[in-house]
Design a protein around this ligand. Structure first.
Ligand code: U2P
Length: 239
């Protein structure tokens, strides 16, 4: 009887270790690093609002760093007591994030008289929805710091401008956009489009993939590209 019990313990232990491994490996597989063109939010039917700091520069801004699975699905809202958003951890992040990770959604009229977008609300939303799911790799401060470093490292607007692709309201080939980003970064980008108030299809977001280890400058080939929804030629709106 004693013998049987002692042989059961290691088996239980091995099952627990195996389960723990499954849980860890199900965390996520890679990150989408998503940048958006502000002009393409502002010229939609919905329009946009600017933060209190004023109109952001005419440049791509970060939408988010999103942990994803190789099959295209993604974890979200992995909130727990240890990872709830802490505004006090943003103090040294704020000046950089105001420049590179600005909010453009207009506030709800029911909730406030302000006409400004709320940067902190966007950052909290991105942390709660996405950052909490990669908490095992990047804590809150590291999540924002790492993402802003990625933004500084890849200057998408400069890459496009170097190749004659300008935010001038004209149409450009999506294939050409993809090609010049590949030449400059070494990686295939995901391009997504939306529609302006007059129905023109325009360049909205550019997605690159990042290794889940979040080591510095760890761009990778995307295991799966986000759904392509652009026609051959798209407008690059003025902002
Ligand atoms: O596409 C609409 C919104 O869904 C979230 N999304 C989409 C694709 C994906 O791979 N991962 C992902 O998170 C984004 O939500 P948000 O962060 O804006 O709330 C995206 O905008």
């Amino acid at each position: 009887m004693k013998m049987a019990n002692s042989s059961i313990i290691p088996i239980k232990f091995l099952i627990l270790v195996a389960l723990a491994n499954i849980c860890v490996s199900q965390d996520f597989d890679f990150f989408y690093f998503v940048q958006q063109w502000p002009g393409s939010s502002c010229d939609t039917k919905q329009g946009c609002c600017f933060p209190q700091t004023g109109k952001p520069a005419s440049n791509f801004t970060v939408h988010g760093l999103w942990p994803n699975f190789n099959n295209g699905s993604f974890p979200s809202n992995c909130k727990s007591v240890e990872n709830s958003f802490d505004e006090s951890k943003m103090s040294d992040i704020v000046p950089r994030a105001e420049t590179s990770w600005a909010a453009f959604s207009c506030p709800s009229k029911k909730k406030t008289n302000s006409t400004n977008s709320d940067n902190m609300k966007l950052w909290k939303h991105e942390w709660d929805k996405h950052g909490t799911c990669s908490h095992s790799v990047l804590d809150q401060h590291a999540y924002f710091d790492f993402t802003l470093n990625l933004k500084d490292h890849i200057d998408l607007l400069q890459i496009l401008l170097n190749n004659g692709i300008k935010p001038d309201g004209k149409n450009y080939s999506v294939e050409k956009i993809r090609q010049v980003i590949k030449e400059a970064t070494g990686f295939e980008a995901g391009i997504s489009c939306n529609t302006d108030a007059s129905g023109n299809v325009q360049l909205n977001e550019i997605v690159l993939c990042v290794d889940k280890s979040a080591a510095s400058r760890s761009f990778i080939e995307c295991p799966i590209l986000p759904d392509a929804n652009c026609p051959d030629n798209v407008e690059f709106p003025i902002f």
